[in-house]
Design a protein around this ligand. Structure first.
Ligand SMILES: Cc1cc2nc3c(=O)[nH]c(=O)nc-3n(C[C@H](O)[C@H](O)[C@H](O)COP(=O)(O)OP(=O)(O)OC[C@H]3O[C@@H](n4cnc5c(N)ncnc54)[C@H](O)[C@@H]3O)c2cc1C
Ligand code: HEM
Length: 385
């Protein structure tokens, strides 16, 4: 593909993304053309497909942005297709997808479609479908594992700890996250971070907070039963402690964001030598620090670990059980204030490797607070939430 054609396609896609409702119209046409080729493909999708426009256009944009580094674009597409295996998508489907995307672009533009656009987009859609077919064909590992719920405990009104026994060991590293589908919401995959490291028995634990108005998390917190069968797909993400760097560690977690940090700390506690770790656990009210006792216990037998509880408010609101969030005996008192402000009141932590985990807003605010305090951004890691 020559530079002129590539520039034309890039400018065209920018136009689609910048048109109000453009991405939604394009992707709706894409599905229309895809399902017209084979109506059975609709069954692979969940009932609500409203989140898809943004995700698919972001993926296409990523490819367009990385065409000069062709291998990177290809690797991304192959990985995307490997991940698509959990939806039941097979290599043969990508030929139809490539044609559907080209037809959708044609539909979107109507009589503004030109011969040059057709040539340029034909190359791109071919690249996407061929790379994805390769990714789907090359990976012969299991697309997902089945697991049985063996425990479901509501530790807060809106938060449950779910324990499962997978049919086989799931090969994730502590700190990674996995796509999960539950029987109450078939085909609606969501990411959750295991809160314990992988073990040979396939035991796995998730901490799930109910998002009001959400499809999947309320079903997990309110309706999950022992015996339910979940699907858990291959791990993603790279939160980890870099032992080669020689740096000590700062971990900042709030809410269920403590899960990937906790899994790493439990794994570290099984080793003899570890870097020093400061773990700030945040929540709005004292009662939100639902796991602080366990982390405190862990720190008691692991002198390299210091746990610092932080709340935004001094006391629980009246609707919380009043005794929830008691500080365990011997543990330093909770610090009160905004998590980022409390952490940076100790300095910029520039000599550390830093991990932040929590809601998207908590990650953004804490990262901002650290950077304002002078922390270099390259030592801060967080999952893409
Ligand atoms: C890498 C990663 C790891 C994750 N790990 C965990 C975990 O260990 N435990 C856990 O409980 N969740 C975790 N999540 C969040 C989880 O994947 C779901 O997004 C969340 O449970 C909401 O799903 P839902 O189907 O209930 O809501 P949806 O139906 O997907 O969304 C409903 C509405 O809620 C909004 N929304 C979605 N998530 C949030 C949020 N966190 N805060 C505020 N509004 C939101 C959406 O924008 C949408 O408007 C993780 C997410 C990512 C990306
Ligand atoms: C042009 C090729 C394709 C691209 C670029 C693409 C891209 C994407 C992306 C980026 C996501 C979101 C993934 C995530 O957030 O984890 C997604 C989800 C999905 N894709 Fe594709 N896809 C393609 C082809 C297909 C095909 C051919 C099928 C099925 C026949 C398919 C089925 C699905 C399903 C079922 C989902 C999940 C939907 C949901 O959870 O709401 N995709 N796709």
């Amino acid at each position: 593909m020559d530079a002129r054609s590539l520039a034309l396609v890039r400018a065209d896609f920018r136009g689609v993304s910048e048109t109000p409702g453009g991405a939604e119209r394009l992707i709706s046409a894409f599905y229309g053309h895809l399902f017209a080729q084979d109506p059975r493909l609709r069954e692979l999708f969940p009932p609500a497909m409203d989140m898809q426009a943004k995700r698919i256009t972001t993926a296409v944009q990523f490819v367009l942005d990385h065409l000069e580094d062709f291998e990177r674009a290809q690797r991304f597409l192959e990985q995307l297709a490997r991940d698509h295996r959990k939806y039941g998508v097979e290599a043969d489907h990508y030929d139809m997808a490539g044609r559907a995307l080209l037809a959708a672009l044609r539909t979107f533009h109507g009589n503004r479609w030109t011969r040059e656009l057709d040539d340029g987009w034909r190359d791109i859609t071919l690249l996407i479908s061929a790379s994805m077919a390769i990714g789907a064909n090359e990976d012969t590992s299991q697309p997902y594992w089945d697991a049985t719920v063996v425990g479901h405990r509501r530790v807060l009104d809106d938060l449950a700890i779910v324990r499962l026994q997978a049919d086989g060991p799931i090969p994730f590293k502590a700190g990674q996250y996995v796509p999960v589908a539950v029987p109450q919401r078939p085909n609606m995959w969501r990411y959750f971070s295991p809160a314990i490291p992988a073990n040979p028995y396939g035991e796995i634990e998730f901490h799930v907070r109910r998002i009001s108005g959400g499809w999947v998390s309320p079903a997990i917190v309110n309706d999950t039963k022992v015996g339910d069968r979940w699907k858990i797909a291959g791990p993603l993400g790279g939160l980890h402690v870099d032992r080669e760097s020689g740096r000590d560690v700062l971990m900042i977690g709030s809410g269920t964001g403590i899960a990937p940090l906790r899994a790493q700390l439990i794994e570290m506690s099984q080793r003899g030598i570890n870097p020093r770790v400061h773990f700030f656990i945040g929540g709005r009210y004292p009662g939100d620090l639902y796991d602080v006792d366990n982390m405190w216990q862990l720190s008691q037998s692991n002198p390299w670990l210091t746990v610092v509880p932080v709340c935004e408010e001094h006391t629980n609101p009246w609707w919380y059980p009043q005794d929830s969030g008691q500080t365990p005996m011997g543990m330093p008192r909770r610090l009160v204030g905004n998590l980022g402000a409390v952490v940076t009141s100790f300095g910029a932590w520039s000599d550390r490797q830093i991990q932040i985990a929590g809601s998207p807003s908590m990650i953004a605010n804490t990262r901002y607070a650290l950077q304002r305090a002078g922390t270099p951004s390259e030592i801060i890691a967080a999952d893409p939430v």
